[in-house]
Design a protein around this ligand. Structure first.
Ligand code: AGP
Length: 608
């Protein structure tokens, strides 16, 4: 996703812009640029397609500047190119944007009729020239011009703006895309997220929907509908070290290694006297006695965490549960109402489709609960209640520890739902909670400790271009996440398939040497899985079985077996997914891929 940074203070602004954009690289981008006032107050700008280093080369030696804005672009309208890079604007102003202006074409025609010309293919340039029209032609004040311009836009935006005749001010605006104001001593920042400014300050204001901010060295003033609003000053709990690699080769492997601690931290305050305890979250779990169905709505890995929750909510709490892709849910006119709970899962808390799904659920009168990792994010703030996962910053584009803490928390929540609905007795609940909190982190740590064994499996898989993950029940849900992890960082095409469904067509793709990764953690389905593995072996597949510690595997059942640490079948998904994450990581490493910033991907998809 695009990244925005701005600085105004006594220090060199371009240095801060470059460092801030470097900290935002994890969001994924294809070009970068900056606008700044030089030491004679002239408004200048530089931009370049490709890596940040290309724009940085145009900013070397550092210009003498104390006020500027910077941007990394993740292309939505117009290919990656110098011209399409941000900032966009005129002699009178420069603007950077994260989001999508859906009605840009009509506005572009209107502005062309007014004599404006356009160099780029972007929606952002249209927004910038619409602002110019209100500022320079209609002679509105900066604030009024921004209000007028944004009132014309349909879509989402986080904006950073410099006006040529106001070298001591940065303007910002937010609708649908996150933006914060960092607070320093006689200096201020604007940023897409806290990671960009953590090295300078942990104090910030979170802009809310429709808010506009005027930022100078000394002040940050926020407006909504023309009136000043008082904002609560927040303090980030993450320090820059936590957000940096800490000696690991990649953020992804660092974050996998953090899973045992992240699971414990997420659960710790939610267990009391050996039972689930959500009162400190301000979430009233009695709702589980009132609702008739849970709709879990999310994207990508978060949606796969929801699949695991579907299984556990059904088996433990006997609670019907649907899992829906947010981009589908939001346009399918979902049949939900007051007897439904919509559960939104999101690491970033800013995924546009998931945020839109949350808003739709609220419109339809459903109760809403969010499970989010980024404190104060949009989804967290707009849901009726939020349960924060406490995984710390997840920087790698491929989500790993977030999935692990989401599923661990959802398992605990399912035990609570089962107790509330009278489907589980206290002893059975305590036994599960104890194993979740005590044994799971150990089992995940044991899996991580066997990284070399897993790396050997990954290196057998790495040369392939196609493979299948198969499973039944919870293992099918796990296969979905294993497949996504492998695809998104190693670029190996794979599919997750219900093992029993393979023979209904897709097995035609199983030819000699095709790897089959079979998840076999569900005891009651093991024999069925063995049959499915045999079906693929009979066609020459190279079979990899991920099996529970105590499963009796007959000789010759699979070519390779990876045993999980001893743990109850209900909780095997946590060490198992760790193995799948490590397989993906080492396969990608063997293929020389950009593991933390895979091509075409963004960490937080804040556009549709
Ligand atoms: C996961 O590895 C991907 N990066 C992606 O599928 C991600 O899970 C999805 O975009 C949802 O993001 P969120 O959890 O921040 O909402």
């Amino acid at each position: 996703m695009c990244g925005i940074i701005g600085y105004i203070g006594k220090d060199n602004s371009v240095k801060h812009l470059i460092e801030g954009l470097r900290a935002l690289e994890y969001r994924g981008y294809d070009s970068a640029g900056a606008a700044f006032f030089d030491n004679e107050g002239r408004l200048c700008s530089v931009k370049a397609a490709g890596r940040l280093a290309n724009a940085e080369a145009k900013l070397t030696p550092l210009p003498d500047s104390t006020c500027g804005i910077g941007h990394t672009r993740w292309a939505t309208h117009g290919a990656p190119s110098d011209t399409n890079s941000h900032p966009h604007g005129t002699e009178s102003l420069r603007l950077v944007h994260n989001g999508i202006v859906e009605n840009y074409a009509a506005i572009k025609t209107e502005l062309s009729d007014l004599g404006y010309t356009f160099e780029s293919d972007t929606d952002t340039e249209v927004a910038a020239k619409l602002l110019d029209y209100y500022y320079m032609k209609e002679k509105l004040t900066a604030h009024a011009a921004i209000e007028r311009m944004t009132s014309r836009l349909v879509g989402s935006w986080a904006l950073g703006i410099l006006f040529a005749d106001a070298p001591d001010t940065i303007w910002a605006a937010r609708q649908g895309s996150p933006l914060i104001i960092g607070v320093g001593k006689d200096e201020h920042y604007i940023a897409s997220d806290i990671t960009a400014i953590l090295r300078y300050t942990k104090d910030y204001y979170q802009l809310d929907e429709g808010e506009i901010a005027k930022v100078t060295r000394e002040t940050a003033t926020v407006y909504k509908d023309g009136k000043e609003v008082i904002k609560e000053l927040k303090t980030a709990h993450w320090d820059i070290e936590a957000a940096e690699r800490g000696g690991y080769a990649h953020f992804m492997i660092k974050e996998i290694n953090e899973e045992p601690a992240a699971i414990r931290t997420t659960l710790h305050s939610r267990i009391k006297d050996g039972l689930p305890y959500f009162s400190s979250d301000g979430f009233d779990t009695k709702i589980f006695a009132r609702i008739s169905r849970v709709h879990i709505v999310a994207c990508g890995t978060a949606m796969h965490a929801g699949l695991i929750a579907k299984g556990v909510l059904g088996s433990l709490a006997k609670l019907p549960c649907e899992v829906e892709i947010a981009s589908e849910f939001r346009y399918n006119d979902p049949l939900i109402g007051e007897h439904d709970l919509v559960l939104i899962i999101s690491q970033s808390g800013e995924t546009a489709d998931s945020l839109a799904a949350l808003r739709l659920a609220k419109e339809k009168g459903a109760a809403t609960l969010a499970i989010v990792n980024v404190i104060g994010s949009s989804i967290a703030r707009e849901a009726d209640a939020v349960l924060y996962t406490m995984a710390g910053p997840e920087i790698a584009v491929a989500s790993t520890k977030a999935y692990s803490v989401q599923t661990a928390l959802l398992y605990l929540l399912s035990v609570e739902a089962a107790l509330v609905r009278g489907k589980l007795d206290l002893d059975a609940a305590k036994m599960r909670v104890t194993e979740l909190y005590e044994r799971v982190p150990e089992a995940v740590a044991e899996m991580i400790a066997r990284e070399n064994e897993i790396k050997a499996i990954a290196e057998k898989i790495a040369p392939n271009e196609d493979l299948f993950f198969i499973g039944r029940g919870a293992d099918y849900y796990l296969a979905a996440e294993g497949s996504l992890k492998l695809k998104e960082i190693s670029y190996i095409h794979s599919e997750a398939y219900a093992a029993g469904e393979l023979k209904h067509g897709t097995i035609s793709l199983v030819t000699p040497g095709v790897p089959i990764i079979a998840l076999c953690t569900v005891p009651r389905l093991y024999e069925k899985m063995v049959s499915n593995i045999r079906e693929t072996k009979a066609r020459g597949a190279e079979t990899f079985m991920i099996a529970s510690a105590d499963t009796g595997v007959a000789d010759g059942t699979a070519d390779h077996i990876l045993r999980l640490p001893a743990i109850s079948a209900e909780l095997a998904f946590l060490p198992a997914v760790c193995a799948l994450q490590l397989i993906a990581y080492h396969a990608a490493a063997a293929r020389g891929c950009d593991i933390d910033k895979p091509r075409n991907l963004a960490k937080s998809v804040t556009v549709e």
